[in-house]
Design a protein around this ligand. Structure first.
Ligand SMILES: *[C@@H]1O[C@H](CO)[C@@H](O)[C@H](O)[C@H]1NC(C)=O
Ligand SMILES: *[C@@H]1O[C@H](CO)[C@@H](O)[C@H](O)[C@H]1NC(C)=O
Ligand SMILES: *[C@@H]1O[C@H](CO)[C@@H](O)[C@H](O)[C@H]1NC(C)=O
Ligand SMILES: *[C@@H]1O[C@H](CO)[C@@H](O)[C@H](O)[C@H]1NC(C)=O
Length: 485
């Protein structure tokens, strides 16, 4: 045991080159007395008194110094203020959470939490320690990080909170504040909508200022515009100025009542997400329903599972071409009875989708709802409880291996994200000019993300401790692929 000290110190020194300060009790030395024990990076927090509030199921009586640590690698999202470190008392157990990266290599740091949009393979916490799990929070568009859409990327994580219903802590209805939001305000009457039609409004409105996106929505809308009149107010495909009062973009993108009623004059609202992925639904879908303006939607391929009923939206994917969609919309524009049916969901008795109703009822987090935790704190507590359970099971197994079987590893898979390769919004990829902005950007981004995911896996497998060597690993993989096969 006496010879172990210097060896451990040498190992620690190697590991810590990138870390500005010594940590405490890093990798197990076997004997706690042997490990160098400077003041903890979390010292302010270590000695504060145990907070009094607990969930009714939490009988965790440990002091802060004994709790497992969850490290927020994406420090900007750390959901506590002020300070860097906080004790959290969750439904079943407690943890210490911090955004202080000095704890990265601590034995006690059991999980590292990442925000998907910020997750970069060349900044990953390496070496990846076997006793630590990784947790991914990613509620934003797939376009923000395609690394996570590849199996190699998503499998790095042991826990996920994504928009996919298959995720461990699903955020599928994150953009829908409440059931009430669908019902109120009531839709403008059909007489009024028809009056606006006669006064010169197009049947369809488009309002988009974020133009070059993976879903390539503008290419579709441009084709559609050949066959049906569309009033387009945003920066993309603009053909009409907004009324002066609404010119301010801050108002135009918000929930401003005047803006809502302006859009509500229209019969149809082109609602195309910026990226396509199952269960990725945003305000693009829910806001037109709120406004009483039927969404003409493309985004989540499984959107029908979440709509108020089976006749509250027009789904672009149901039509073989923009031309045929335009014909359908024109027919609805001319048929008051058929159009009125699309707005029946404004009557609560007509919201019949039980998956939607139960999803809203059962989610534990709230949207602008002070009586419920937000989903960042909710996910943090989910990870805390799962980690305490895992650690307890591992302890039990170490004590009595025959009575307690080893814990099974858990990891995410493509069902937690798995968004497809961006494809043209309309037409065949072969027909698109090589100079096309979308073509130059998105398919390439998707495949480069695969390289990054595989490069990171390679770094982890090689015990790499310097993530900036990612490019070397990617190159080696490419050489191996080219030579080997
Ligand atoms: C806490 O409660 C759980 C379940 O009710 C029980 O199994 C456990 O022994 C309790 N722990 C302590 C420290 O009281
Ligand atoms: C966490 O995920 C990694 C990478 O997929 C895996 O190697 C490891 O066994 C998992 N850990 C646990 C505790 O499940
Ligand atoms: C993917 O993960 C889910 C749980 O999150 C699991 O139910 C499913 O079986 C996994 N799929 C595959 C192919 O491993
Ligand atoms: C990686 O490091 C761990 C300890 O940090 C060690 O147990 C393992 O053998 C190393 N693996 C390789 C491939 O060097």
């Amino acid at each position: 045991m006496a010879v172990q000290g210097p060896m451990v110190a040498a190992l620690l020194f190697g590991l810590l080159k990138a870390v500005p300060c010594w940590g405490q009790a890093l990798v197990d030395s076997g004997d706690p007395k042997e490990a160098f024990q400077p003041q903890s990076a979390l010292s302010d927090m270590e000695f504060t008194t145990v907070s009094s509030y607990r969930g009714p199921g939490n009988n965790d009586s440990r002091g802060n110094k004994e709790l497992p640590i969850l490290l927020w690698w994406s420090a900007g999202l750390f959901p506590h203020f002020p300070g860097d470190t906080e004790r959290i008392d969750c439904a079943r157990s407690s943890c210490l959470v911090t955004r202080n990266r000095k704890v990265q290599l601590y034995r006690r740091t059991s999980a590292i939490v990442f925000y998907g949009t910020d997750f970069r393979a060349y900044e990953a916490p390496l070496p990846r320690l076997p006793h630590q799990t990784w947790a991914l929070f990613h509620e934003e568009s797939p376009m923000n990080n395609y690394v996570l859409s590849h199996a190699a990327g998503i499998r790095l994580f042991n826990y996920t909170a994504t928009f996919r219903r298959e995720s461990d802590y699903p955020l599928t209805l994150q953009w829908l504040p409440s059931l009430e939001y669908l019902l109120v305000p009531p839709a403008a009457s059909l007489q009024e909508k028809n009056r606006w039609r006669r006064a010169g409004l197009a049947p369809v409105v488009y309002m988009q200022s974020h133009c070059d996106v993976p879903s390539d929505r503008d290419r579709y809308v441009q084709e559609l515009m050949k066959y049906i009149e569309v009033d387009s107010y945003g920066k993309c495909l603009n053909n009409k100025p907004l009324p002066e009062r609404l010119e301010d973009t801050g108002t135009a993108t918000g929930e401003d009542a005047q803006f809502m009623s302006f859009v509500g004059r229209y019969k149809f609202h082109l609602a195309l997400e910026n990226g396509l992925c199952p269960d990725y639904m945003t305000e693009k879908l829910w806001r037109p329903l709120h406004q009483g303006c039927v969404p003409v939607y493309r985004g989540s391929s499984s959107v029908a599972d979440w709509l108020p009923n089976d006749h509250s939206a027009v789904l672009i994917d149901d039509f073989p071409s923009p031309h045929e969609l335009a014909e359908h919309l024109r027919a609805l524009d001319a048929d008051d009875e058929a159009y009125a049916r699309l707005l029946e969901y404004k009557d609560p008795r007509q919201i019949t989708n039980t998956r939607l109703l139960e999803g809203l009822e059962n989610r534990e987090w709230g949207v602008n709802d002070m009586s419920k935790p937000n989903y960042l704190n909710g996910f943090e507590c989910f990870v805390c409880d799962e980690e305490n359970q895992r650690l307890a099971a591992e302890r039990a197994h170490r004590k009595a291996p025959t009575r307690h079987p080893p814990t099974k590893p858990r990891m995410a898979n493509n069902s937690h994200m798995g968004c497809p390769l961006p494809a043209p919004g309309y037409g065949n990829i072969e027909d698109i000019a090589p100079s096309d902005g979308w073509l130059q950007m998105w398919p390439q981004d998707y495949w480069q993300s695969l390289d990054q995911a595989e490069g990171l896996v390679s770094m982890i497998q090689h015990n790499e401790s310097d993530p900036s060597l990612l490019w070397n690993h990617i190159q080696e993989l490419a050489v191996k692929r080219a030579g080997g096969h």
